[in-house]
Design a protein around this ligand. Structure first.
Ligand code: APR
Length: 171
């Protein structure tokens, strides 16, 4: 059975098969978790990202992990929050689904997500965490190689929200 769990940590330190990056459409690095991942991975990551030709919002692309403990980085582009009536929920759902599809296709066993779109892109955390958990849960109901899906929180407040939602979800 696949484990869904929240941890409070810096995602760049996690020794998992893949970490997910909350990237921008150019995939050429930025601030927040994107900047932290590029800093920790080193120049090789940026060079591989340059060859990918960007990524549309809601989609995902994979690279190696370079100097990270994670073997791969799955870069996904979350939606910018514009109030919720501009397809944000569908696009955020798609980020989680596409990242999980790539991980499953590569036969990966463990993946860690940051709280995509909830920083610079302004998506309300509670709603975003609900989408993260329900999309992962729905995906894992199909058979998949994944054994561990980690929601990596950067603040105590985010960690509490994820834990509350995880403890009250229906199985
Ligand atoms: N580990 C885990 N989570 C982190 C880390 C880290 N090292 N650093 C930041 N975070 C968290 C933030 O606290 C937030 O909860 O990641 C979440 C997403 O925040 P952002 O990184 O701002 O991502 P997002 O809102 O999706 O905005 C993406 O920001 O820097 C740019 O290039 C990036 O343009 C893109 C945009």
């Amino acid at each position: 059975m696949t484990l869904l769990k929240a941890v409070k940590d810096d995602i760049t330190t996690l020794r998992v098969d893949a970490i997910v990056n909350a990237a921008k459409p150019s995939l050429l690095g930025g601030g927040g978790v994107d900047g932290a991942i590029h800093n920790a991975a080193g120049r090789g990551l940026l060079e591989e990202c340059r060859r990918l030709g960007g990524c549309p919002t809601g989609d995902a692309k994979v690279t190696s992990g370079y100097n990270l403990p994670a073997r791969y980085v799955i870069h996904t582009v979350g939606p910018v929050w514009h109030g919720g009536s501009h397809g944000e929920a569908e696009l955020l759902t798609s980020c989680y689904r596409r990242s999980l599809e790539i991980a499953a296709k590569m036969h990966l066993e463990s993946i860690a997500f940051p709280a995509i779109s909830t920083g610079v892109y302004g998506y309300p955390l509670l709603q975003a965490a609900g989408i993260a958990i329900s999309t992962a849960q729905a995906f894992l109901e199909q058979s998949s190689s994944l054994q561990e899906v980690i929601f990596c929180c950067f603040s105590d407040g985010d960690f509490q929200v994820y834990n509350r939602l995880l403890s009250t979800r229906t199985t």
